[in-house]
Design a protein around this ligand. Structure first.
Ligand SMILES: NC(=O)c1ccc[n+]([C@@H]2O[C@H](COP(=O)([O-])OP(=O)(O)OC[C@H]3O[C@@H](n4cnc5c(N)ncnc54)[C@H](OP(=O)(O)O)[C@@H]3O)[C@@H](O)[C@H]2O)c1
Length: 323
C-alpha cells in the first residue's frame, strides 16, 4: 500500500524537507504540493538541488484537496494560518505549526493571540511520549523544534529537579524562509542572536509536559540547520552522574531516534538525520546536571518527526524513509 500525502505550505523550508522525504519513499506518493506563490512552477525552480525536474507545485482549493484522494495532509504554514484550514480537511492531518499543540485553548490564545472557533482533538506528536495515541489520531500536532529537544532532555529527570533551565541555539532555518532579522546573512554572519529571552512561545509548549520551574532562552546561530539545547537541571539532592546516565538509557531503551551519546554531542551528530542525541550528563558541586540535547530542527524538530508520526498513524515501520 502507498500512502498518498499532500502538503500545504510546500514551498517553505519544512515543506521542502517533506517533499524530499516523501518523494524517495517506497510507501508514499505525493498527492499535491500546495503553494500560493509558486503554483505551476517546478520544485526544482525554487530548490535547484532537488533531483526531480518535473514535480510541480499546485494550488488546490480545500474542496479539491478533499477530492484528491490524499490519505494524509501535512500542513506547514506559519502560526495561526492553519486555524481556518484544518477543520475543513477530511483526511488525517499532521500539522507542523503550533496551532493544535496546546490542550488549553486559553493558553494558546494568550501565547499566539488567536482564537480557535471550536476545540478539535489533536494528539501532541512526540512519539517518545504519545506513540499509542498517535497510532489512532486523526490530527497530530507536530511539536516545535526547541520543544522537542528540551522535552526529550528533561523527561527522565523532571521529577528530581527544582528548576530546569533550557539554553537553546538554533540554525537560522528555524525562523522559516520568510525574511526576518535573524535569517538575514548580514545579521547572523559571525554572530549569535538572542531573542525572546524569557517569554518565547516554546516555553509555554514545554511547560505542558515538563512540570515545575522552567526557564527558556533561545538564540539563533550562523548555521542553516541544527539545534542545541543545553539543559541545566538544578537537582534537589546529590546524585551520581553515572546513575543519571543509566536513567536516560533506561527511559529511551528501544526508541529508534533517541541516541544516548558516549561523548558530548554536537550539531554534526544530527544534521541531516532524524535523531535526538543526548549526552554530557555531568553534575557539578551545586547539584547542577548538564545535559546536551541536539537535533536537526528541520528533521526531528519538524519534517522528519512529522514523517515518523505518519508512519505510526498508518501502522508501518516507524523508521521507514527517515532512518
Ligand atoms: N523551520 C523550522 O525549523 C520549523 C521547525 C518546527 C516547526 N516549524 C513550524 O512549521 C511551520 C512552517 O515552517 P517553515 O519554516 O517551513 O516556514 P516557511 O519557510 O515560512 O514556509 C511556510 C509556507 O507556508 C505558506 N503559507 C503561508 N501562509 C499561508 C496560508 N495562509 N495558506 C497557505 N499557505 C501559506 C507559504 O508558501 P506560499 O506563499 O508559497 O503559499 C510558505 O512558504 C511553521 O508554523 C513553523 O513554526 C518550523
Amino acid at each position: 500500500m502507498k500512502i498518498k500525502a499532500g502538503i500545504i505550505g510546500a514551498s517553505g523550508y519544512t515543506g521542502f524537507e517533506l517533499i524530499k522525504l516523501l518523494s524517495r519513499r517506497k510507501h508514499a506518493e505525493i498527492a499535491f504540493l500546495n503553494s500560493r506563490t509558486y503554483a505551476g512552477k517546478t520544485v526544482k525552480s525554487l530548490y535547484p538541488d532537488f533531483e526531480d525536474g518535473k514535480l510541480k507545485f499546485t494550488n488546490l482549493s480545500i474542496e479539491e484537496i478533499n477530492k484528491s484522494g490524499a490519505d494524509v495532509v501535512f500542513t506547514a504554514m506559519p502560526a495561526t494560518e492553519s486555524l481556518d484550514v484544518i477543520p475543513k480537511l477530511k483526511s488525517k492531518v499532521i500539522d507542523l505549526g503550533p496551532d493544535y499543540r496546546f490542550s488549553s485553548l486559553d493558553v494558546y490564545e494568550k501565547v499566539y493571540g488567536a482564537k480557535h472557533k471550536k476545540k478539535i482533538t489533536a494528539v501532541y506528536g512526540l512519539p517518545e511520549l504519545f506513540r499509542e495515541k498517535i497510532r489512532k489520531a486523526k490530527l497530530v500536532a507536530n511539536p516545535g523544534c526547541y520543544a522537542t529537544a528540551s522535552i526529550l532532555a528533561a523527561l527522565p529527570v523532571q521529577k528530581m529537579a527544582k528548576h530546569i533551565i533550557f539554553d537553546c541555539k538554533s540554525g537560522y532555518s528555524g525562523a522559516g524562509s520568510k525574511k526576518t532579522y535573524a535569517n538575514q546573512p548580514e545579521n547572523y554572519t559571525d554572530n549569535i542572536i538572542p531573542y525572546n529571552i524569557t517569554k518565547h512561545r516554546h516555553k509555554f509548549e514545554i511547560e505542558q509536559f515538563i512540570k515545575g520551574r522552567v526557564s527558556f532562552t533561545p538564540h539563533v546561530l550562523a548555521t542553516f540547520r541544527g539545534l542545541m539545547c543545553t539543559m541545566h537541571a538544578l537537582l534537589g539532592k546529590e546524585y551520581s552522574a553515572e546513575d543519571i546516565k543509566k536513567m536516560y538509557i533506561e527511559r529511551y531503551k528501544g526508541e529508534p531516534f533517541v541516541k544516548i551519546a558516549d561523548k558530548i554531542p554536537d550539531l554534526h551528530d544530527v544534521q541531516g538525520n532524524n535523531s535526538c542525541a543526548l549526552g554530557g550528563f555531568e553534575i557539578d558541586e551545586n547539584n547542577q546536571l548538564v545535559v546536551i540535547s541536539v537535533i536537526d530542527n528541520l528533521l526531528k524538530g519538524a519534517s522528519g518527526q512529522a514523517v515518523q508520526n505518519m508512519n505510526i498513524m498508518f501502522g508501518i515501520d516507524e523508521k521507514e524513509g527517515i532512518e
